[in-house]
Every structure is written in C-alpha cells, then in structure tokens.
Design a protein around this ligand. Structure first.
Ligand SMILES: *[C@@H]1O[C@H](CO)[C@@H](O)[C@H](O)[C@H]1NC(C)=O
Ligand SMILES: *[C@@H]1O[C@H](CO)[C@@H](O)[C@H](O)[C@H]1NC(C)=O
Ligand SMILES: *[C@@H]1O[C@H](CO)[C@@H](O)[C@H](O)[C@H]1NC(C)=O
Ligand SMILES: *[C@@H]1O[C@H](CO)[C@@H](O)[C@H](O)[C@H]1NC(C)=O
Ligand SMILES: *[C@@H]1O[C@H](CO)[C@@H](O)[C@H](O)[C@H]1NC(C)=O
Length: 327
C-alpha cells in the first residue's frame, strides 16, 4: 500500500547519465525485453553483489513472477504474461552449478535486488523519470521485501506488487494513491478520499474511534488524527495502481472507473487519463490481440546465471569504445 515511486530521483538520474557518458552501447543493449505471442521474453532480474547469499531469494523471485504472470494475464484481459526470466546472481555467491553469464550484467537489469536504494524502508519502487506512457529504467526490491513474509499483509502478495511495479516500468502509468494527500475537496465542496476507483469502501476514524465524516473536518481541512480505514472486504475490482493488496482488486482503473478528481501522480502526469487508457495506447497492447482459446498460458520458465569477475571486461569494453570514438 505504501509504495514509494520515485518519479525523478536525482541520485539515480546522475547514475544513468554517467553510464551514458561512459558507454552508450551499454544502454542500448538494455532494451532486451521482447513481447512475442503475448509473452514477455528476456526479463533480467539481478541481485547486487553486496547482498549476502540466500537461496530463498531465488525461490521467492520465482514464486513472485509466477503468481504475477497469471495476475497480469487476467488484469490485461488475456493480453500479456511472463514467458521467461533470467535471474543473475552475483560472483560473490558461492559458485554452484549455475551457468556462467554470457552478456547479462547488473547494470542492464530490468529488476534489481539491493539494499542500496536512496529511499528508506522496504518500499518497492520503479525508477521512472521519462513521463506518461514511457518506459522506466528499473524496478527495485530490497532483499528483505523478498524474504520477509510479514510484509505481505501490508503490501499484498509479492506477485501483485510486481504487477503494480511492472505497469510503472513498462507502460509509464503512475500511482493512484497519494500518501501526502489522502483526502481532497471536490467540486461540490465535499471531502473525498484519494482513491481509484471511488467504489472502494471504508470508514472514517477519528482519534477516539469511528466517527461521521463531519467530525473529521475543521473548516474544510482534515483534522489531525483522522484516517480512512479501508474495508478488507470490497466489491470493487479496481485498481492495481491504487491498492493491489485488497483481494477484490484484479483490474486497472479504466475510463469508467477512473477517478479524475483525485490528486495523485496518475492524474498529474497522465493528464487525468486512466491507467488502462494509457496502457491501451502502448506498443505492447496495439501489437497484440488477446490470447486465443480459453486455457491459461504456461507458467514462466527461469534461467539462473552467475556473474563472473567482469571488471576487466568492462574496462576493455569502455576503452575500445573510446578508441573508436577517437579515431
Ligand atoms: C480476472 O478478472 C476478472 C475481471 O476482469 C475477475 O472477475 C476475476 O475474478 C479475475 N480472476 C482472477 C483469477 O483473478
Ligand atoms: C544443481 O544441479 C542439480 C542436479 O542437476 C539440481 O538438482 C540442482 O537444482 C542444481 N542447483 C542449482 C542451484 O541450480
Ligand atoms: C464498508 O464500508 C462501508 C462504508 O463505506 C460501511 O458502510 C460498511 O459497513 C463496511 N463494510 C464492512 C464489511 O466493513
Ligand atoms: C457487495 O455486493 C453484494 C452482492 O451484490 C451486496 O450485497 C453488498 O451490499 C455489496 N457491498 C457493498 C459495500 O457495496
Ligand atoms: C471498465 O471496467 C469495468 C469493470 O470490468 C467494465 O464493466 C467497464 O465496461 C469498463 N469500461 C471501459 C470503458 O472499458
């Protein structure tokens, strides 16, 4: 629920700019994910060398993506799923019988697992600074997010969280919640909850317990200590960019269910358009019809590879590119 999505993290921007200056070729090679016959191929998930060895990370990544694939397939009305995934483990882990890396590298990954994140806590986030409908740079998870099952109660299952982040990364849609502005005043001067869809229910709670909405309001401002508690049982099926942790939520907000009044990033960055409308305009959706037949797609397959000591290769690569530029 409390996802933090960095639309423009300066630190990370610098990092990417540095790579561009170093070697544009490295970045061009990053565009490896392909959509073919409704399935994504070639997604790279990389674990940072500073993350201590833990086989449960690999197990949990596989479970997360497998669940995400079916959830995504249903939420996109049978348009897309995850077909194969590469998991890159670092050279710092004990060599096992993993195949050695060919050309994958941590810097090119679509999903990174690292404690270094520039934001606090275990909130997953997607580095997305290019705007509405544009692809982001990567999804970030902390090792603790992937290992600690106590976090599932707040965020929802990891598969659902992955689909939320994937929508940021792949289609450039944004959060429909706003932790800084959980309420707003609509055109009719009523206090409303920042949510999508507006059909999601709950109750206002004042300092001393449940209260009528009016008691939470002092001269149009929300009284300190008042919160809106969402019912755990809902009928609303949207939206994944709002609160994927609710079990009833299995869809994105579309033109009929989208809340245009809510002060959230989706409305700000995507000019009040619904997440589904933005996704429907993507090359992925325009290029693929819903999957034929009534059966489910196969579960994703995984290849685990281990990085070698790449330092020397990287230096050689860079210097040869520089040589090319010079001559
Ligand atoms: C798939 O989505 C539909 C709504 O489009 C929903 O009614 C159904 O429960 C979902 N199925 C699963 C398995 O999530
Ligand atoms: C290593 O190989 C064995 C036998 O082929 C297999 O059962 C095991 O899962 C492999 N381990 C890893 C980490 O891939
Ligand atoms: C859900 O919220 C509504 C108010 O929006 C309330 O009337 C209802 O009793 C709640 N239902 C449950 C099951 O908590
Ligand atoms: C949810 O749907 C059921 C069945 O249609 C209905 O009885 C119930 O009142 C609805 N609950 C809410 C909070 O709208
Ligand atoms: C939006 O989604 C709802 C629920 O699945 C559906 O009934 C409605 O037709 C959809 N509206 C549009 C414009 O696609």
């Amino acid at each position: 629920m409390t996802h933090r999505d960095n639309a423009g993290s300066v630190g990370s921007l610098k990092f990417v700019t540095f790579l561009v200056a170093l070697s544009p070729v490295l970045l061009l090679l990053g565009a490896r994910v392909q959509l073919q016959d409704n399935g994504y191929d070639g997604i790279l998930i990389a674990i940072n060398p500073q993350v201590p060895e833990n086989q449960n990370l690999i197990t949990n990544i596989k479970e997360m993506i497998t669940e995400a694939s079916f959830y995504l397939f249903n939420a996109t009305k049978r348009r897309v799923f995850f077909r194969n995934i590469q998991i890159l483990i670092p050279a710092t882990w004990n060599a096992n019988n993993y195949s050695k890396v060919k050309q994958e590298s941590y810097e090119k990954a679509d999903v990174i697992v690292t404690d270094w994140n520039g934001v606090q806590g275990d909130d997953p986030y997607t580095l997305q600074y290019r705007g509405c409908g544009k692809e982001g740079r990567y999804i970030h998870f902390t090792p603790n997010f992937l290992l600690n099952d106590d976090l599932i109660a707040g965020y929802g299952s990891r598969g659902r969280v992955f689909v939320h982040e994937w929508a940021h990364l792949r289609w450039g849609v944004f959060d429909e919640y706003n932790n800084d502005k959980p309420f707003y005043i609509n055109g009719q001067n009523q206090i409303k909850v920042t949510r999508c869809s507006s059909d999601i229910t709950g109750i206002f709670v004042c300092e001393k317990g449940p209260c009528p909405q009016e008691n939470c309001i002092i001269s149009k401002l929300f009284k300190e200590g008042c919160v809106f508690i969402y019912n755990s049982t809902q009928n609303a099926t949207a939206s994944i960019m709002f609160m994927q942790s609710l079990s009833s939520v299995v869809e994105f907000c579309n033109a009929s269910t989208h809340n245009q009044e809510a002060p959230n990033l989706q409305n700000q960055i995507c000019s009040l358009r619904s997440a589904w409308d933005v996704m429907a305009d993507s090359a992925d959706f325009k290029g693929s019809l819903p999957w034929k037949g009534s059966e489910l797609p196969p579960p994703p397959t995984f290849t685990v590879t281990q990085a070698g000591d790449k330092v020397v290769c990287l230096v050689l690569d860079v210097s040869s590119k520089m040589a090319e530029v010079t001559f």
